[in-house]
Design a protein around this ligand. Structure first.
Ligand SMILES: *[C@@H]1O[C@H](CO)[C@@H](O)[C@H](O)[C@H]1NC(C)=O
Ligand SMILES: *[C@@H]1O[C@H](CO)[C@@H](O)[C@H](O)[C@H]1NC(C)=O
Ligand SMILES: *[C@@H]1O[C@H](CO)[C@@H](O)[C@H](O)[C@H]1NC(C)=O
Length: 326
């Protein structure tokens, strides 16, 4: 079985706001998806309620945080394995929840819940690693690369060779392209006894050819090196998650994001990874609310629930980093 992604969509209005064509998931995937939705929907619903209740408790100073309709448990979705993309770099993923360091941007708190799709129980003590680009589209450790130039071109410039995808469609290990030892906007933290982990970061920007996204990987059986990076693990899930188009547009309209004018931002509906995931029925859009209950430009809360197939290795190495939209 391919890996499974559970995603929670609270805001019907936001879903409806995604413009552009959406490919129809094929019937086989849809059947599997609805079987899984049925199987785990009560657990997903329960987990969502708990997370939002905890959030409201933690936010007593934000009495106006809006209440959403949590009764929809519409969430358990299959995707093919998702590419890690070229900028996966475990040696810069440090054990920490605050990833910001010196990076400017709109504050972004991301709440990630894991459900084991075999048991429909929260997956506890799994290490979740996330990484994403900054307002300029740069990734830490690769700051010498130009986010406005496509990866195959960068690869060719750096090596003098054409980027060859591996037999399985992945880009292979290109970590030798790293240019420095910065680690911002990368980190990892284990899930708690509710199967939930949280990160404080800034909202990502974008780079050429891609919609705004966050990469994540889930590791079980993990051990750490003395410098709090991963020493060994079993990678059971590799995902890329996205944002409602309207929210991305609002946030990109304010500095420093608004300074990134060299290349146009790719709309969600034109992003190859998003379209490929969606084509299988996957729901990879983060649920969002404004931190102050009012204005996304002041800060964003995001929630995503991943269905993890703990019995298989899904390390993201077998997919094209930039699938073509057919
Ligand atoms: C959603 O999940 C909750 C909590 O587990 C459950 O009580 C409710 O019946 C579920 N709703 C639907 C429509 O399945
Ligand atoms: C952690 O240690 C590994 C192995 O020595 C090294 O490659 C990596 O750069 C270190 N990472 C950090 C963030 O210090
Ligand atoms: C953004 O552009 C403005 C106007 O050109 C400039 O003053 C400002 O320093 C830039 N900010 C960043 C973060 O580059």
């Amino acid at each position: 079985m391919k890996f499974v992604l559970l995603a929670a969509l609270l805001l019907g209005a936001l879903t409806a706001a995604h413009p552009g064509p959406h490919p129809e998931p094929d019937p086989v995937h849809l059947a599997r998806r609805s079987a899984l939705v049925k199987k785990c929907s009560d657990s997903v619903g329960l987990m969502k309620r708990k997370r939002h209740a905890m959030r409201r408790q933690a936010d007593t100073d934000h009495a106006e945080v809006p209440t959403y309709d949590f009764l929809k448990n519409d969430t358990c979705l299959l995707t093919p394995e998702t590419s890690t993309g070229p900028y996966v770099y475990p040696r810069s993923e440090v054990l920490r929840q605050n990833l910001v360091q010196d990076q400017p941007g709109v504050p972004f708190e991301l709440d990630i819940g894991l459900i084991d799709i075999h048991t429909c129980e929260p997956l506890t003590n799994a290490l979740v690693a996330i990484w994403h680009c900054n307002w300029q589209g740069k990734y830490s450790s690769f700051t010498g690369l130009d986010p406005d130039i496509s990866f195959p071109k960068q690869y060719q410039q750096a090596t003098g060779k054409k980027l060859e995808l591996t037999a399985s469609g992945g880009q292979g290990d290109v970590s030798f392209l790293a240019t420095d030892t910065t680690t911002w906007l990368r980190g990892m933290w284990p899930t708690d006894h509710h199967g939930v982990t949280r990160f404080n970061t800034v909202f990502p920007g974008f780079y050429t050819d891609r919609a705004i996204h966050v990469h994540m990987q889930v590791h079980t059986d993990w051990t750490l090196a003395s410098n709090d990076t991963i020493a060994a693990s079993r990678t059971v899930n590799t995902a890329q998650v996205f944002f409602p188009e309207q929210i991305s547009a609002q946030i990109m309209s304010v500095p420093p994001y608004s300074n990134h004018t060299q290349v146009p931002r790719k709309a969600l509906s034109l992003d190859g990874v998003y379209v490929t995931e969606s084509g299988t029925g996957a729901m990879t859009i983060v649920d969002t609310e404004p931190v102050d209950g009012k204005d996304y430009r002041n800060g964003v809360l995001g929630y995503i629930t991943l269905g993890v197939d703990t019995s298989a290795i899904h390390d993201g190495s077998t997919e094209s980093p930039n699938p073509k939209i057919s």
